[in-house]
Design a protein around this ligand. Structure first.
Ligand SMILES: [Zn+2]
Length: 616
C-alpha cells in the first residue's frame, strides 16, 4: 500500500488563525478529545467466552465481491442476529474487515501526516519538538502492496538507499506511506493467523465495543498486527486498533500507532485519525527515535464536492447582481470587465481547491471568520465590493492568504491561535491586502489552467506576496486594528507571534506557507510591531497561553470536509508541560453512530449528538 500513496505534494504551511466564538476560549483542551470516554464501561462480559485462543480454522472471510459504498450491506448486517459468542464476534469482525479492505480500494482520501521529533527538555521536564516533518498525499490502495516498514536508512535495500541519497534530509526516514498504511490492520486479515483474547466491553464515545487483544501466531508471516482492537457490537466493524506490526524484518522497524475509524456513512466505518509515537526506538547504533505524529484522512466523498462547486459557479458567475437587469442588457464597461475577469480567476481557484479537497465547503467556521472581518470593516468604515469572504484550508501548516476578495486561513492556524484578537490580527493582515488593492494573478481566469493534477497544485498555485506588499499590508493592518474593538486586546496576538518566532527553528514544516505567505519572512515576523507591546514569552509559565496545541478547535467531517468548531469546556492546565503550543497530541474522538435514516445526507459526523442508543 505504501507504493500506492500517490503524490506527495509535500506542504508545510504557516499562516493564520481562527475566530472562535466571541469569548476567547483561551486554553482549550489539547486535541479534539475528551480523554474521558475510554472508561471501561464494562457491561459484564457476559456473553463472551473469555476463551482466548481460538483454534485455527479456515478463515470464513472471503473478500466481498467489489462492494459499493452503500448502506445495503449494513442493513443486511443489521438484520442478522447478534453474535452470540466470542468466536462469532471474531468471525464477523474478520468478515467485515475484508469488506472494509474492498471498500478502501475504491476510495482516495487525502492523507496528511505531521510529525514532530522530540527531545527531553530538562527545565520543562517534558519532551519538546526539535524538528518536524510534513506529508500530504492522496491514498490509493487499489493496487495494494505490503511495503509498510519503517526502514533504517543504513540497512535498507538498494532502492531505499537510493531514495535517501536523493535527499539526505532527515525526513526521508519517514516514508509517508509508512503512516498511510496504518489505516490497515492486516491486508489479509485471517482468523488462522491470529490468537484472539477477550479483554472487556468498553465504550468509545457512545459506541459499545468489544475490546480484544490480537497476536499473530508463530509462522503467520511478517508484518502481522499485534495489539488491541475494538469492535462495535452492532455490525462488528473494527473501529479502533492500537499496536504495531510484528514480527519486523531484519533491519526494519514498525512503528506503534493508534488508528481510529469513524462512522461516515450508515454502516460504514472509515479511517480518519491515526496517532503514532515512539519514545525509545533504537534504529541504529547510538540513535534513538523519539517522535509523535498525527495522520488525518479526509475528502472521501470528492464526487459531491465537485458537484457542489459547479452549482456555486453558476450562482456566482453572473458578475453583477440581478437587480438592474434593464441597464445590464449590454456589454460590461472596461472596468466592469476587468473586475469580472478577476472575479472569475478567484472563483476558479477556490473551486479547484475545494474540488481536490483542500478547501472546506462553505460553513459555520467561515461565518465566524467573516464576523471578525465585518467587525474590522464596520469600525473602519470600509465598504468593499464584491463582499469579502473567508474560507478554510483543511491542512495543518500555519498559513493564510488572499485570493481576490476571499481570505483563506488554514485549519492548523485556527487551531493554534490563542484568542479572537489573535485571529483578528491574522485576518486583518489579509484584509489589508484587499484594501490596498493587491491583485490576484489573473492567469488563473483561464479555465484550462485549472486542469493540472492534484500533486501539482502547489506548484501551479502560488499566492505569496512580495516583500513590499507584505510590509504595506502589515502597516495597514495595524492601522485597521487600532480602530477596532480588538485594539486593547492585542497582547496575546503579539505573544503568539513571539511564540511563532521562538518555535520557528524547530517547527519549520509547520511554520511555512505552501500557497501563501509565511508568518515569518526571513528574519522578519509578520505584524511584528504588535510584539513590542506584548508580554515576555515564557514557555515555563503555566498560565501564559501563547499558542494552543493542534487539533483543539476545528473538527473535520472526513466524508464531506465540512467543519465545525469543537465546543469543549476548557481544561485547566496544571503545569507548563501541558501547554504544548503548536504540538500534536493523541486523538480521542467521541465515536458516534450515524442514524439509519436519510443515508445520503447524514453528513456531518456529530461529535456529540444524542445519537442512537448503543444498547440494543
Ligand atoms: Zn500577506
Amino acid at each position: 500500500m505504501l507504493r500506492s500513496l500517490v503524490a506527495l505534494f509535500a506542504l508545510s504551511l504557516v499562516c493564520c488563525a481562527t475566530v472562535f466564538a466571541q469569548t476567547s476560549p483561551a486554553q482549550t483542551a489539547p486535541a479534539e478529545t475528551t480523554p474521558a470516554q475510554t472508561s471501561p464501561a464494562q457491561t459484564s462480559p457476559a456473553q463472551t467466552t473469555p476463551a482466548q485462543t481460538v483454534p485455527a480454522q479456515p478463515a470464513p472471510a472471503q473478500t466481498a465481491p467489489a462492494p459499493q459504498l452503500s448502506t445495503r450491506d449494513a442493513a443486511a448486517q443489521k438484520a442478522s442476529a447478534a453474535a452470540s459468542s466470542f468466536d462469532q464476534v471474531v468471525d464477523r469482525a474478520v468478515e467485515r474487515e475484508h469488506f472494509f479492505m474492498a471498500q478502501m480500494k475504491q476510495l482516495h482520501p487525502l492523507v496528511e501526516t505531521y510529525l514532530q521529533n522530540l527531545k527531553e527538555d530538562k527545565d520543562l521536564n517534558a519532551p519538546v519538538p526539535i524538528s518536524d516533518v510534513y506529508f500530504l498525499g492522496r491514498l490509493d490502495m487499489s493496487e495494494g502492496t505490503d511495503d509498510r516498514t519503517f526502514t533504517s536508512p543504513t540497512t535498507a535495500g538498494l532502492g531505499k538507499r537510493m531514495l535517501s541519497k536523493l535527499s539526505n534530509v532527515y525526513s526521508m526516514k519517514f516514508l509517508p506511506l509508512g503512516f498511510a498504511q496504518m489505516v490497515v490492520l492486516d491486508q489479509d486479515f485471517q482468523r488462522r493467523y491470529y490468537n484472539f483474547t477477550f479483554v472487556r466491553r468498553e465504550f468509545l464515545g457512545e459506541i459499545r465495543c468489544i475490546a480484544m487483544d490480537v497476536a499473530p501466531k508463530k509462522d503467520a508471516g511478517k508484518g502481522r498486527f499485534l495489539g488491541r482492537i475494538w469492535i462495535e457490537d452492532q455490525d462488528y466493524n473494527i473501529v479502533r486498533f492500537n499496536g504495531t506490526y510484528y514480527p519486523h524484518p531484519r533491519a526494519s522497524y514498525y512503528l506503534h500507532f493508534d488508528s481510529w475509524r469513524q462512522n461516515l456513512r450508515p454502516g460504514v466505518w472509515l479511517p480518519s485519525l491515526i496517532y503514532s509515537e515512539e519514545s525509545d526506538l533504537k534504529y541504529r547504533i547510538g540513535q534513538t527515535l523519539h517522535y509523535k505524529a498525527q495522520t488525518r484522512l479526509w475528502g472521501y466523498n470528492l464526487k459531491d464536492l465537485r458537484r457542489n462547486s459547479e452549482f456555486t459557479e453558476i450562482t456566482v458567475d453572473a458578475p453583477q447582481s440581478v437587480q438592474d437587469q434593464s441597464q445590464k442588457a449590454q456589454d460590461a464597461t472596461p472596468i466592469e470587465a476587468q473586475r469580472a475577469w478577476e472575479r472569475q480567476a478567484e472563483i476558479n481557484v477556490i473551486d479547484r481547491l475545494q474540488q481536490i479537497g483542500l478547501i472546506a465547503p462553505e460553513g459555520e467556521i467561515d461565518k465566524v471568520l467573516q464576523t471578525v472581518v465585518n467587525n474590522m470593516m464596520v469600525t473602519n468604515n470600509l465598504d468593499i465590493q464584491p463582499e469579502v469572504k473567508c474560507r478554510v484550508l483543511l491542512t495543518t501548516p500555519l498559513e493564510s492568504f488572499t485570493i481576490g476578495h476571499t481570505i483563506v486561513v488554514s485549519r492548523g492556524m485556527i487551531d493554534v491561535l490563542p484568542d479572537e484578537a489573535a485571529l483578528a490580527m491574522i485576518l486583518t493582515h489579509e484584509l489589508a491586502h484587499i484594501v490596498l488593492g493587491h491583485h490576484l494573478n489573473t492567469k488563473l481566469a483561464f479555465n484550462d489552467r485549472m486542469f493540472f493534477p492534484d500533486e501539482r497544485t502547489f506548484e501551479r498555485m502560488d499566492f505569496a506576496r512580495d516583500r513590499s506588499e507584505e510590509e504595506a499590508a502589515d502597516k495597514k493592518a495595524v492601522e485597521l486594528l487600532n480602530n477596532s474593538p480588538y485594539k486593547d486586546k492585542l497582547g496575546n496576538a503579539g505573544l503568539f507571534l513571539k511564540a511563532v518566532q521562538a518555535r520557528a527553528p524547530a517547527l519549520k514544516s509547520l511554520i511555512r506557507a505552501h500557497l501563501g505567505d509565511s508568518l515569518l519572512n526571513g528574519n522578519a515576523t509578520r505584524m511584528s510591531s504588535l510584539m513590542t507591546a506584548s508580554p515576555q514569552f515564557d514557555p515555563k509559565k503555566a498560565d501564559q497561553v501563547a499558542a494552543l496545541p493542534l487539533g483543539g478547535r476545528v473538527r473535520v467531517d472526513p466524508w464531506n470536509n465540512q467543519l465545525e468548531l469543537i465546543k469543549t469546556k476548557p481544561v485547566a492546565i496544571t503545569s507548563a508541560a501541558e501547554k504544548m503550543p503548536f504540538e500534536v497530541t493523541p486523538f480521542f474522538p467521541f465515536l458516534t453512530r450515524l442514524g439509519t435514516a436519510g443515508p445520503e445526507k447524514a453528513a456531518p459526523v456529530p461529535e456529540k449528538t444524542a445519537a442512537a442508543p448503543t444498547g440494543r
